[in-house]
Design a protein. Sequence first.
Lengths: 135, 323
Amino acid sequence: MQGTRKIRVLIAKPGLDSHDRGAKVVARALRDAGMEVIYTGLRQTPEQIVETALQEDVDVIGLSILSGAHKALFPRIMELLKQKGLTDVMVFAGGIIPKEDIPELKKLGIKGIFGPGTPTETIIQFTLENVPERT
Amino acid sequence: MPKTEEIVQGVLTGDRRSIARAITIIENDTAEAQKLIAQIYPHTGKAHIIGLTGPGGSGKSTLIEKIVREYRQRGKTVGVVAVDPTSPFTGGAFLGDRIRMQELSTDQGVFIRSMATRNYLGGIAKATKDAVKVLDAAGKDIVIVETVGAGQSEVEIIKVAQTVVVIHAPGLGDEIQAIKAGLMEIADIFVVNKADRENADKAVMDIQAIMQLNNKEKAWKTPILKTVALTGEGVLQLVEKLEEHKQFLEKEMKREKSLLRAESELVEALKDQAVNAIIEELKKEGKFEEFLQKILKKQIDPASAAEKLLHKKFKRAASDAET
């Protein structure tokens, strides 16, 4: 039998953002790049996001946040991922995230952070290059 | 990644990570998948498998969310497999059914998995069936399969279910569409969702007219129910009907239906493995490529090529049978 492995990505919106335009653009770009994209919809708790990642067995999580609550929500998400044993999932983030917060977020284990205006090509490339190997 | 045996053990104890991994193995359609299913199979057959299908925008995901809640109130655990199409152009897929079910995702008694139709050798129907088996073996009391009812492959997928619910909504086009998709015949329960809209009663009447013909000689008369998935109206009655159908199956037809299902599963498996084995052998002999080139050059058409190839292959078997 021949395998048909696909990269599975969860695009998630933690917190109380009121729109998801950016998240949908990224979701669509990754889909068009041949990935399977699961989208959560707005206003997700860290618990919901991590549970969804677990059930969907995704390789990658893309977090989109505009509200400024990333410093509260991202550490919780990363902590829960660790608790559930999802340490082989690659996480990137996008939205409104001030430059000075980036080092701290990267220390949490968030691999890439993309601000407004990032070409979708960049995100696709980044995902392809950083998707964890599975044996 | 843990070994197949460990994953199987995990599935049987209901471990969520193992369930997720097992379905991934099935999705990736490797030799490991068959090994996994072989080990899981003896533990299946306990869940009530419900298929839910209908056109896009009829409210399937929203309705499923309400159905799951009702079952949870009754103390049942539930698995959901939501199938969405893979783009034939890019191979990617947007799986958005969870958007309507997010509040269920942290309920430990519920497991939801989105599946893309991909380009399976054995067909998406087989992959879906196997994913359902995983959830069944993991001890889910109810397993719901959701597909967009648009064509033959969806009808195939939904055949995995013991109870098929076909959902329609007023304003999506007339009932002719439902007949075209071949959905009327497979419905055990028909639901007109968005019943608070105008024309809902007309939709019910249209479907009733056709159903009466279909129902004539059947032991189970397909009921037509009205729901408003957003408010949950009619969901209680729907779940009651689902339970009724389950009891009906247990009493009247279980043996016959499970025999039919076993037969079709065996036939499918034979087809899959036979085709794979034949192709592999032909490739080894170089015949496959040879005939591919002939077809490209229009020296032979694909059907005649297949006939020739198979004739050579089975000549001996056929003459053996004759004597």
